[in-house]
Each structure stands twice: as C-alpha cells, then as structure tokens.
Design a protein around this ligand. Structure first.
Ligand SMILES: NC(=O)c1ccc[n+]([C@@H]2O[C@H](COP(=O)([O-])OP(=O)(O)OC[C@H]3O[C@@H](n4cnc5c(N)ncnc54)[C@H](O)[C@@H]3O)[C@@H](O)[C@H]2O)c1
Length: 469
C-alpha cells in the first residue's frame, strides 16, 4: 500500500473536460506516455506539440537517449523528425526509463507498450503487467490511466487494472481512473491517423470517461466515439483487424483457385467491387506486421476460455499463414518450368517489408519465402531501397544496394513489397539484365498490365494470376 492522503493528483480538482484541458495547457497537470515505439512516440510528440508537458517512458535506454537528443529513431515516419526536435528543444518532451518516477511526477498516463503472442498463439501481456506494477508503486490518488495497447476483451480490467489495484492499494473508479482507447493508426502515417481518425473510447464509470475524453480531444480531430465500457472498446479494435484478416483469407483462397482456373483475380476484384456491398480485399504473399497476424489470437484466447470456437477466425489465420509457402511453391514450379531444376537458380527478391514504404520487417511473410527458397538450394538476393546491404545482412539475408545487382542473371524476380519504387518497375532493365525469359513473380500486385512484361520477353505470374508467358 503506497498511497497516503496527501499524495493526491491535481486531477482531483478537475470537474469538467475544460478543467483538464486547462490543467494540461497551464502545466499543473502532467502527462506521461509509456512505451515510445511506433505508436507511443508520435502520441507523445502530438501532445507536446499542443504545449502539454510530457514525460515519455521507455525501458529501452537507447531509445530514451536518442529521444532526449531530439533524434527520431523511427524510420518511415519522416514528419516526426521535425516535430520531435521542436518539442524536445522547447523542453516539452523528455524521456526517462523509470516508470515509477513518471508515476510520482505525472497525473495522466497513456500506456502504449507492446502486446504480443508467443509461438503457440498465447498472448503475452507481460509489458502491460510490468507497467501496472511500476505505476502502482508510485501513482497518486486521482490519477487517470488510458490504456491504448491492443488487448483481448477484459484484459485492461482483469490484468492491468487488477495488478495496479493490488500494488497501489487503491480502487479503480474511486481513487484511480481507467479508460481504454485503441490506436487505429498505421505505422508510417501515424501522425496523420492519430489526429484524423475517429477515436473509440470506453470506460466503466463516468468520471474516467470524462477525463479520458478531455485528454484525447486535445490531439484527436476526428471525434471521440463513446462505447459502453472498456470491454466493448477492446473488442471493437480486435474486430477491425479480424475483419481484415478474414477478408484477406477469403480472397487468398479465391486467388489460389484463380491461378488454377487461368483467371486473373485482380480483374475479378475490380469488377466485383463495383457492386456497392462487395469489398473484396487484395490477396498477397501473406499478412504481416504486428497487428493483423497477432490480434486474432487475443480474441481466440478469450473465446477458448469461454468455450466458444471461433472457427472462421482460426481458419483465416491458417490460410494467411500458408501464403508464404504457397508463394515458394509458385516460384519452385516456375523455376522447374524455366530451368528444369531449382538448385543454384538465382532469385531476386524486391522488398522485404510487410507493407509497402514502411521500414518494418518484423512478422514479414517475405522472410519466410526467402527462408523456404534458401532451404531448397536457391541463391536468394534481396534489394530493398529502405535497407542498406549491411542492414539486410544483419537480418540474415544476402542484400545488394541496387536493382541492377539484384536482377542481374536472375531466373525469377519476386515482388515482396509494393514500395513506390517498384510500382513503376524498369522492365527494360530487368529484361536486359535478368536471364533470358526470366519470370516476375508477384507477391504484391504492382504490375497492372501483363502485356508490358510479355512484350519484353519476360514472363509473369503471381498470387491470383494465371501464368503469363
Ligand atoms: N504498430 C502499429 O501499426 C500499431 C497500430 C495500432 C495499434 N498498435 C498497438 O500499439 C501497441 C504498441 O505497439 P507499437 O507498434 O508502438 O510497439 P513498438 O514495439 O514499436 O514500441 C513499444 C515500445 O515500448 C517499449 N516497452 C516495452 N516494454 C515496456 C515496458 N514494460 N515499460 C515501458 N516501455 C516498454 C519498447 O522498448 C518500445 O520502444 C501494441 O499493443 C500494438 O498492438 C500498433
């Protein structure tokens, strides 16, 4: 029990949203953002840019050191460079590694730490538990916590809330206030999404909701969407990503069938989506990033405990996880057709990230494709304009610094990521440098007109495409 009567947050004096905003802008309320990664750092910078004094917390000392120098360590968030320099320069944002210290100094806490799953699909909420424990050791009565990490329904209350109550000896809804508001932004355009998208907010009591709404409204222009409670807000976020996972799985299965039927799935998608109720997604090499392939497991974990079998959600995961293997099969089949064997064939992979234009390869399906090919004795060379040769080597793949080097003498050219640089591929260069009759295999759809490829003596295939050649 750490709480004593005289350790109250100035938030206890706030009776309206206006009071909270005033407190933050006048500096008698302090805000802490815990977890300064892809989502947390832009969040901290946005608050600081409004004139709020922000203490950022991250357990990684390297991140803290860089941020205190005003150095943006997140690639693919270029707008952040300027903003971060500005707010650090003005003394509005400083970073520390000590969550307990932030708990003692601040009144409002935004928690954006990672939430993961292990290899068996079991959720790992240890970062959230760690934050709850440390906050519980220093937090003052009357403080507000807004959890923004993605979690299964019930986790904010039953995992995070339980720990903080146990450690602090205080009660949520009476001494401490708790709300949940999921992040809907996409890495690479976080600063825009955090401001423009409407924001879901749920709390279990009116005061928590009022306080959290005031805080979020400072940076969110897209409006706050109230849902009945924390659990509903948690599930809403999961549904958004599961919707995408299931729909991608649907089109991935149809895409595989299209390859057999000699139908181009992209033509089907374009035509079908002219019907107002049809929103076919895009197929591809696999689903990556740390949201869509991870979030369904948060729900499956809860559903399993309730004895509900979410077969569709499970099947979508299975289908999408099988796509890198499918792409390996496509490449192997192509190599056999072109050279009779796969051993010592050269395959150039263009792009290793899970999404175009974002320098993030964690959970990227392209790495699985590279691994699968390498195991079959194929020489795989990677070119990704977002990575240097050295960076690629540190990931464990053989990288080169130019498209020319990658495609020279290649039997297959695999499009791994739809970076802007690949959307207007220099097909003349590929035709000149790759092996005669080489095949482009699309893992992401960048080639709109197969005839452009055929005209240059190259061949084309890809997820959902017939063999053009
Ligand atoms: N990245 C996305 O596109 C995205 C989008 C929407 C929601 N989310 C969710 O937001 C949350 C954060 O994701 P992210 O992409 O920003 O993660 P990230 O891995 O980029 O960053 C998390 C940061 O938290 C720090 N951290 C880890 N444990 C900590 C602890 N115990 N105390 C303090 N700091 C700690 C890490 O050092 C890291 O800097 C996750 O729940 C994720 O699912 C992410």
């Amino acid at each position: 029990m750490h709480y004593t009567e005289d350790e109250e947050s100035a938030l206890t004096r706030c009776n309206s949203e206006d009071d909270v905003v005033k407190g933050l802008l006048e500096g008698w309320l302090k805000l802490s953002v815990i977890g300064l990664g892809w989502m947390g750092l832009p969040t901290a910078c946005l608050y600081a840019s409004k004139g709020v004094e922000v203490i950022g917390v991250d357990i990684n000392p390297r991140v803290v050191e860089l941020l205190n120098k005003g150095t943006n360590y997140l690639p693919s968030e270029p707008e952040l460079d300027k903003l971060l320099k500005e707010v650090v320069g003005k003394g509005l944002l400083r970073a520390i590694t000590d969550t307990r210290e932030a708990a003692r100094q601040c009144d409002i806490f935004i928690v954006v730490v990672p939430t993961l799953v292990d290899r068996s699909g079991k959720p790992d909420y240890s970062a959230l538990e760690d934050v709850a424990k440390k906050l519980g050791e220093g937090i003052r009565k009357g403080s507000l916590i807004v959890v923004e990490s993605t979690v299964g329904p019930g986790v904010t209350e039953n995992v995070f809330g339980r720990v903080i109550e146990e450690v602090s000896g205080m009660n949520i809804g009476k001494d401490l206030f708790l709300a949940y508001s999921p992040i809907r932004a996409m890495a690479g355009r976080t600063l825009i999404d955090l401001v423009k998208y409407p924001r879901i907010l749920g709390a279990n009591d009116d005061r928590s909701f009022m306080l959290a709404k005031a805080v979020l409204s400072l940076i969110v222009e897209g409006g706050i969407i109230k849902v009945s409670n924390i659990k509903t807000a948690e599930l809403t976020k999961l549904c958004e990503n599961i919707y995408r996972d299931v729909n991608i799985a649907l089109i991935n299965q149809i895409a595989v069938l299209c390859e057999r039927l000699g139908i181009d799935v992209y033509e089907v998608i374009e035509a079908a989506n002219t019907q107002p109720y049809c929103h076919l997604h895009l197929p591809g090499i696999g689903v990556g990033g740390h949201c869509i392939p991870v979030n369904p497991y948060f729900l499956l974990d809860v559903a399993d405990r309730e004895g509900i079998d979410l077969t569709l959600v499970k099947e979508a995961r299975r289908v999408n996880d099988s796509m890198p293997i499918h792409v390996v099969k496509l490449i192997v089949e192509t190599l056999r057709r072109l050279r009779g064997q796969v051993e010592r064939a050269k395959v150039a992979v263009l792009g290793i990230t899970y999404r175009g234009n974002v320098k993030e390869h964690r959970y990227s399906p392209v790495l699985e494709v590279i691994d699968g090919l390498s195991k079959l004795g194929v020489e795989v060379v990677v070119f990704d304009p977002l990575y240097t040769k050295e960076e690629l080597a540190s990931i464990g793949v053989k990288g080169v610094d130019s498209l020319e080097e990658a495609v020279r003498d290649a039997d297959c050219i695999v499009i791994g990521a739809d970076h802007d640089e690949f959307k207007d591929l220099d097909l003349d260069l590929i035709a000149r440098l790759a092996r005669k009759g080489a095949c482009i295999v699309e893992g992401r759809h960048v080639i709109k007109r197969p005839e452009d490829v055929l005209r240059r003596g190259l061949k084309l295939r890809g997820v959902g495409r017939p063999y053009y050649g």
